[in-house]
Write a protein that binds this ligand. Structure first.
Ligand code: GTP
Ligand code: SPV
Ligand code: MN
Length: 596
């Protein structure tokens, strides 16, 4: 008798008609075989899927170039197919599930002819965790298969967990012909199912990540009483050895990976990495909020990564312990066969191939690496990996941070007075658009509540309500803070040094949790006075620090209008408690607003 899993795989094969079906076991031997196939057999856009890089300096590293039209998530081609539009909300593209199935069935019909279908059973979360979920994805691309081995726990552990049950999240993926006209990422939350066609790019193709661990999981969380969030998880060890766990939501390419692996600029403080992109948050039996990282690897932004900004990540990338490490759409230094990107240590290469496979001419001023070029690496290669990373219960969270990239307005750090006010801070976050999503104007500011705008799988108004409800179940709720590393001065330069110096902000946050740090209350929350921030060894004039916290009511008038417009979209789904906080903020700022 076939198991439900075997039956499902059989159905996918009947639809896509591959010439071969291969069940992945997740072993290193298999990964080596898949890399060989990617070097010698499979191609993408006419070139081999993988290319070996300099093994001496970058052990076990391989290069991959995706199609130049397929280098970032495509939010405009991403749909959430609830039975009705209202459940999806104005924050999602919506299609009727039947219509979506018909459309996608036509695309998938025979799309794997002459190719191999890789079957990947995998776990999101440690297999021993009660919060982990078993999944299966099929794909026709060996880059996706190798990436999934790095990013998830793939193989027997998942098969054992699924056994003879129906209880697994399903993902059907094909790169198709990479034609953007025929590219769709369709979510069916009612069936725990994702259909993705026409893209080989990370967030579109590694279905465990944004598609399942955020969009589908956010729907599961709403039903089951937990939160699936676009957050890093870190432990900060103080000089006495006490570790405080913090989760932080920042939009794509706004600093999660860097913060999660931060090398502390303050002596005595150490950062332990639990996760760099996604957190699943559950209320524990003791009434605290516990976080697990459902992933097993980092899919991080390459440009800007160096031993100055992120030494722990450079070490991770050069470790080579867990096989393999991938570089996607960076440049290659032709003289050394090493990966290269803008911001990496050392001299700019004399001869390089750019992210499109063309000879790079530095004089032309074009970028050698794509702004959204990425590395894929196992978290087990990371020297700052927390020893709690595989704790099935997760780690207890003492603070939640909401941030974004804002040149103006938003202070370096501000503390909320309550869970409700903290949730409002999350809902009113805005951020500059980055290169992590294609077809959007990079640099323009958009509302991005809780950094979840592209990832919340249901009506965002209801999501705000869900956050408020989770708060009611917490006996010891984390304190909520807003952060912003990206305020600029009159010359457009970042005022705050960022990176390792962000520990100074973290120290204030931890001291606030412990009731040790001074602060003052302002219209936009509780902020440190200059004396309350440890700026030892930093050379920033007092006036610059003040700039980081300055409040300009005229700027806030425009911001409040934006927030009101945004929250109004969700109609009665936006909780009254959020509007209360909105009015209270306007009142404190002395700004008159329309919403009564
Ligand atoms: P996703 O993987 O897309 O979700 O991105 P992320 O949030 O993990 O962002 P990441 O840490 O990769 O950083 C993105 C960009 O922001 C990189 O180019 C970094 O160099 C830059 N960055 C990160 N932290 C800081 C900081 O503290 N200050 C400044 N100025 N830039 C930063
Ligand atoms: C993001 O865009 O937030 C990422 C990369 O972390 S992706 O996996 O493509 O979503
Ligand atoms: Mn992300």
């Amino acid at each position: 008798m076939a198991t439900p899993l075997e039956k499902w795989v059989d159905e996918q094969a009947k639809l896509t008609k591959p010439s071969k079906i291969y069940w992945c076991d997740g072993s290193e031997e298999e990964a080596r075989k898949l890399i060989e196939i990617g070097i010698k057999e499979e191609t993408i856009n006419g070139h081999p899927v993988f290319q070996k890089l300099n093994d001496k300096n970058w052990p076990n590293a391989y290069y991959h170039q995706s199609h130049p039209n397929d280098v970032a998530r495509t939010e405009q081609l991403t749909f959430v197919c609830h039975p009705d539009r209202e459940t999806a909300g104005p924050n999602n593209n919506w299609m009727d599930p039947k219509e979506a199935k018909t459309k996608m069935t036509a695309l998938f019909d025979g799309c794997m002819k002459g190719r191999t279908m890789y079957v990947m059973p995998y776990m999101m979360g440690h297999p021993n965790s009660p919060y982990a979920k078993a999944c299966v994805q099929v794909t026709d691309n060996c880059y996706v298969a190798v990436s999934m081995r790095i990013m998830t726990r793939l193989g027997k552990v998942a098969l054992d967990r699924i056994g003879n049950t129906e209880n697994f999240v399903r993902g059907l993926h094909s790169v198709g012909d990479l034609n953007p006209e025929r590219r769709f990422i369709m979510h069916f939350p009612q069936e725990n199912l994702v259909w993705s066609f026409g893209s080989g790019y990370g967030g579109n193709a590694l279905l465990g990540k944004k598609c399942f661990a955020l969009r589908i999981a956010s729907c599961l969380g709403q039903k089951e009483g937990w939160l699936a969030e676009h957050m890093l998880i870190m432990g900060i060890e103080d000089p006495k050895g006490k570790v405080t766990y913090i989760a932080a939501a920042l939009p794509s390419a706004c600093g999660k990976t860097n913060l999660a692996l931060m090398q502390s600029a303050l002596p005595g403080y150490k950062v332990w990495t639990v996760g760099d992109d996604i957190a699943w948050l559950n209320v524990g039996p003791d009434g605290r909020l516990y976080a697990i990282n459902p992933e097993a690897g980092f899919f991080g932004v390459a440009p800007g990564t160096s031993s100055k900004t992120n030494p722990k990540m450079v070490e991770t990338l050069k470790s080579g312990k867990f096989f393999p490490t991938l570089f996607t759409n960076t440049a290659i230094d032709n003289d050394t066969n090493e990966p290269w990107w803008e911001g990496l240590d050392g001299a700019v290469p004399k001869h390089a191939t750019d992210w499109q496979g063309l000879a790079w001419d530095a004089a032309k001023g074009t970028k050698a690496a794509h702004a959204n070029s990425r590395f894929t690496v196992s978290m087990y290669n990371c020297p700052s990996l927390s020893k709690e990373v595989d704790n099935p219960q997760g780690v207890p969270i003492s603070a939640i941070l909401f941030g974004g990239k804002r040149a103006k307005l938003i202070p370096l750090v501000a503390e909320s007075l309550s869970w409700q006010q903290g949730v409002f801070i999350g809902t009113r976050m805005g951020s500059e658009i980055t290169a992590a999503a294609s077809s959007l104007t990079v640099g323009a500011t958009r509302r991005d509540p809780m950094a979840m705008l592209p990832f919340c799988g249901y009506n965002m108004g209801d999501y705000f309500g869900h956050w408020l409800n989770v708060g009611k179940k917490l006996k010891h709720a984390p304190k909520i803070f807003s952060i912003n590393w990206f305020r600029t001065d009159e010359n457009g330069k970042f005022i705050w040094p960022g990176f390792g110096d962000n520990i100074r902000v973290m120290k204030w946050i931890i001291d606030r949790i412990e009731g040790k740090a001074g602060a003052k209350e302002t219209a936009i929350g509780i902020i440190p006075e200059a004396k309350d921030l440890d700026l030892s060894g930093l050379n920033i004039p007092q006036s610059k620090i003040e700039q980081l916290f300055s409040v300009n009511p005229a700027e806030w008038t425009g911001e409040l209008e934006e927030i009101e417009k945004y929250l109004t979209q969700f109609g009665s789904h936006t909780p009254e408690a959020i509007w209360q906080e909105y009015r209270s903020l306007a009142e404190k700022l002395g700004v008159t607003v329309a919403k009564k």
